[in-house]
Design a protein around this ligand. Structure first.
Ligand SMILES: [Fe+2]
Ligand SMILES: [Fe+2]
Length: 237
């Protein structure tokens, strides 16, 4: 009998297991608060795209759950970093919520990109690649929405908000790099390298948030990725 996926790549699972469980938890949030924030901001036009966005994150949670099952890694019900992100999202209105989500997207994108490049099997690499590609689209979506929300703001006010975003995003990258150093090391990336990648990405996002309003960015995308039947069949059962 051939060894199971966990046995074949024991070292990899030991390195990333707990970290993956934390990300699985982070992807599994509901969308009630963000919908309430959109209504409070008078942006009911965002309810449908935000619901699709939340559903796609929940799809990531489901896929990561399959990955955890594959590696016989227990799911976790809470983690302090997840709690901190949720608290941060909820301290302000829709802009705070979306900018905090953008912080999580930066870290998540670089994390999944690292795993997509280094996971030990084609099925695992395909899962992480698909999630990474979704997160890349989430940047476009969140930037589009943020630019529409910033439209009525003066430049100094927008600059101040982005200054706070910058500090929180850069600090989060450092915390994440330290907290997940074993998983990153397993993926062949030092914490310093990971932080540099996050900071570079943050820089490009701020560029896209601080310029003039691009009309094409104001059309909020309404369609997200199709279901991943192909991915699921790629995962050994
Ligand atoms: Fe996600
Ligand atoms: Fe995302």
């Amino acid at each position: 009998m051939s060894p199971g996926p966990r046995v074949a790549n024991e070292q990899w699972w030991v390195g990333v297991g707990r970290s993956l469980a934390t990300f699985q938890l982070g992807e599994s949030g509901g969308g009630r608060h963000i919908a309430a924030a959109a209504i409070a901001a008078g942006r009911t036009d965002l309810l449908e795209p935000l619901a699709l966005f939340v559903r796609e994150e929940q799809e990531h949670a489901r896929l990561l759950g399959l990955v955890l099952d594959l590696g016989e890694v227990d799911r976790i019900g809470e983690h302090w970093t997840d709690g901190a992100f949720v608290d941060m999202r909820h301290i302000g209105g829709l802009r705070t919520e979306l900018l905090t989500l953008l912080v999580a997207e930066i870290v998540g994108f670089q994390y999944y990109a690292a795993l997509a490049d280094s996971a030990p099997t084609p099925a695992l690499r395909s899962v992480f690649s698909a999630i990474r590609d979704d997160e890349a689209l989430h940047f476009a979506f969140l930037i589009s929405v943020m630019n529409s929300l910033f439209a009525g703001w003066s430049r100094p006010r927008r600059t101040a908000a982005l200054g706070v975003f910058r500090v929180v995003a850069d600090a989060s990258a450092v915390v994440m790099a330290i907290d997940h150093r074993h998983a990153l090391g397993t993926a062949g990336i030092s914490p310093a390298r990971f932080v540099t990648r996050c900071w570079d990405l943050r820089r490009s996002l701020i560029d896209r948030l601080s310029g003039s309003i691009y009309p094409e960015l104001l059309s909020v995308p309404h369609s997200f990725s199709p279901p991943r039947a192909t991915l699921e069949s790629a995962l050994p059962h």
